[in-house]
Ligand binder design. Structure first.
Ligand SMILES: *[C@@H]1O[C@H](CO)[C@@H](O)[C@H](O)[C@H]1NC(C)=O
Ligand SMILES: *[C@@H]1O[C@H](CO)[C@@H](O)[C@H](O)[C@H]1NC(C)=O
Length: 416
C-alpha cells in the first residue's frame, strides 16, 4: 500500500476505496475553460503538506509534486495576492496564417519529452518541481550574470545592431517591431559540450523590451548549464529578468516569479531523446505569448501544454508588449574575448548546416503582433557576435517556410 500526503496534509490511501482529501483538486482547481481563476489559499500549511509525492527519475533527478498554491512563485512580494490562472483565456494557436501552404504548420520532426515521466506523474492540483541539491542553493542561484545588452533602439539602426554583451556570445535571428505579443519556434534538441562549470550553452526563444542597461526579457528553450543544474544534461528551462539580470530573474522556479500550472512538465528536467546526426531530429516547440485579458505571459510547450506564466506585475514594460524577439543560441563564458577562446559549443558544436541538418536550428519561426495572427516576422536579421566561433545561416529563399541554422564549436583554428 502506498501512502501519499495530500495537499491539505491528509493521508491518502491509494488502492483503498475511501480517499480522504483528493477532492481538493477536483473541486477547487480544475474548472471551466475560460476565466478559470481560482483564489489562492491564504492559510499556510505546514511544509510537509506541500509535497504530495516524490518521483525518482532514472537520470538521478528527484521530482517533487508540490501543491500548486504552495509553489515558490508566491513568495514574490508582488504576487502575494496573485490569483492563479489555470488556462489561457484563448487558444493562441487558434488563428494561424502561414507564409506558405497550410501544411507547414504540421511539424515533421519528433517531439522530445522528459525522462522523469517514465517513472510516474504528478496528480492534478500539484506541479512537478525538480529538487535542487543544497550545494547549489547559494545567493543569486539561478540568476544569469548581469548582461548589458546593447539592443537596437530603432528599426533604422538595424543594419548596425550592437548586440554584444560581455561574457555572452549570441548567434540569433532577430526581429524588432512594435509590441509583439508572442514568439514561437521549433528548436532542435542537442547536447553541446560545455567546457567549465561556470559556463552555459542555450538554444531558445526570447522576447525583450527596454533599454540595454535595464532590459526586461522572458525566454525559454533548452540549456546545458552545470552551475544551475549540477550536471551537463540538456534541460528545459524558462528564464526571466526585469533589469538585465542585475538583481532580478532566474531560471525555472528557482526563485519566485514564474507561476507554473501544468502537472506534466518539470522545468529544469532533462529532455530526451536528444537528436543525433544519423538519427531522428528531436525538437521542442516553445511558444511565449501574452494573454490579452490577464496580461500574463504564458509559456506553452509542444503545441498544447500551457506550462505556466510570468505575471505582468514582475515587469514594467513587457506588460504592453515586447519590442524584439530572438531565436537561436547563447553561450556564456568569461573566455570569449582573449585566446584561448572557450571550447563551449553552441547548437551541437557544428557550424550551421542547412543541407544535412547537423547543427542547431529553429524552424516554424513565428511572431504574434497586433493582427493577432501567428505569422513569420515581416523582417528578420541574423546576427552573430563571433562568426568564427559560432555561425548563423538564415535560409529564406527557395523554401516555403524560412529556417534558421546556428551554432559552432567555439574554439577552433579560426577562433583560437
Ligand atoms: C523508472 O522507469 C524505468 C522504465 O520503466 C525503470 O526501468 C526504472 O527502474 C525506474 N526507475 C526508478 C528509480 O523507479
Ligand atoms: C566576465 O566574467 C569574469 C569572470 O567571471 C568576471 O570577472 C567579469 O566581471 C565578467 N565581465 C562582465 C562585464 O560581467
Amino acid at each position: 500500500m502506498e501512502y501519499i500526503l495530500g495537499c491539505k496534509g491528509f493521508i491518502i490511501l491509494l488502492g483503498v476505496t475511501f480517499v480522504i482529501s483528493y477532492e481538493f483538486a477536483k473541486g477547487e482547481i480544475i474548472s471551466g475553460q475560460k476565466s478559470s481563476y481560482i483564489g489562492r489559499k491564504v492559510n499556510h500549511l505546514n511544509s510537509n503538506g506541500n509535497v504530495v509525492k516524490s518521483i525518482q527519475s532514472e537520470d538521478g533527478d528527484i521530482i517533487d509534486c508540490v501543491c500548486i498554491y504552495k509553489q515558490p512563485a508566491f513568495d514574490h512580494p508582488a504576487l502575494k495576492d496573485h490569483i492563479i490562472q489555470m488556462t489561457p483565456t484563448y487558444d493562441p494557436n487558434g488563428k494561424t496564417v502561414t507564409t506558405g501552404s497550410a501544411d507547414t504548420e504540421t511539424s515533421t520532426t519528433v517531439m522530445a519529452s522528459q525522462i522523469w515521466r517514465k517513472n510516474g506523474s504528478c496528480p492534478e492540483g500539484t506541479i512537478p518541481v525538480r529538487r535542487i541539491h543544497n550545494s547549489n542553493s547559494f545567493e543569486g542561484y539561478g540568476r544569469k550574470q548581469p548582461s548589458f545588452y546593447h539592443r537596437v533602439k530603432q528599426l533604422n539602426d538595424i543594419k548596425q545592431p550592437n548586440l554584444q554583451q560581455p561574457n555572452h556570445s549570441k548567434a540569433i535571428l532577430l526581429t524588432v517591431g512594435y509590441m509583439f505579443s508572442g514568439a514561437k519556434g521549433d528548436i532542435k534538441v542537442w547536447n553541446p559540450f560545455v567546457e567549465s562549470d561556470d559556463e552555459y550553452s542555450t538554444s531558445r526563444v526570447s522576447l525583450q523590451s527596454g533599454p540595454y542597461y535595464d532590459f526586461e526579457s522572458i525566454e525559454s528553450g533548452w540549456a546545458v548549464n552545470p552551475r544551475v543544474y549540477g550536471d551537463r544534461k540538456t534541460r528545459l528551462f524558462v528564464y526571466w529578468t526585469a533589469d538585465a539580470s542585475k538583481t532580478t530573474g532566474c531560471f525555472d522556479v528557482t526563485c519566485p516569479g514564474f507561476v507554473q500550472v501544468s502537472n506534466e512538465i518539470a522545468l529544469g528536467a532533462a529532455i530526451y531523446p536528444i537528436s543525433n546526426p544519423n538519427g531522428l531530429p528531436y525538437q521542442i516547440t516553445i511558444y511565449l505569448f501574452k494573454d490579452p485579458d490577464t496580461g500574463n505571459w504564458w509559456m506553452q510547450y509542444g503545441e498544447k501544454i500551457n506550462v505556466g506564466y510570468w505575471p505582468p506585475k514582475l515587469f514594467s514594460l513587457l506588460p504592453s508588449g515586447a519590442e524584439s524577439a530572438e531565436w537561436g543560441g547563447e553561450v556564456y563564458s568569461s573566455k570569449l574575448e582573449n585566446p584561448p577562446h572557450t571550447a563551449t559549443a553552441m547548437g551541437n558544436g557544428h557550424f550551421p548546416d542547412y543541407i544535412s541538418g547537423n547543427s542547431g536550428s529553429v524552424k516554424r519561426i513565428r511572431i504574434l503582433d497586433n493582427s493577432r495572427t501567428l505569422k513569420f516576422p515581416e523582417w528578420v536579421y541574423s546576427y552573430t557576435d563571433q562568426y568564427n566561433c559560432y555561425g548563423v545561416d538564415y535560409v529564406g529563399d527557395y523554401i516555403v517556410d524560412p529556417e534558421f541554422y546556428f551554432g559552432g564549436p567555439g574554439r577552433n583554428h579560426l577562433c583560437p
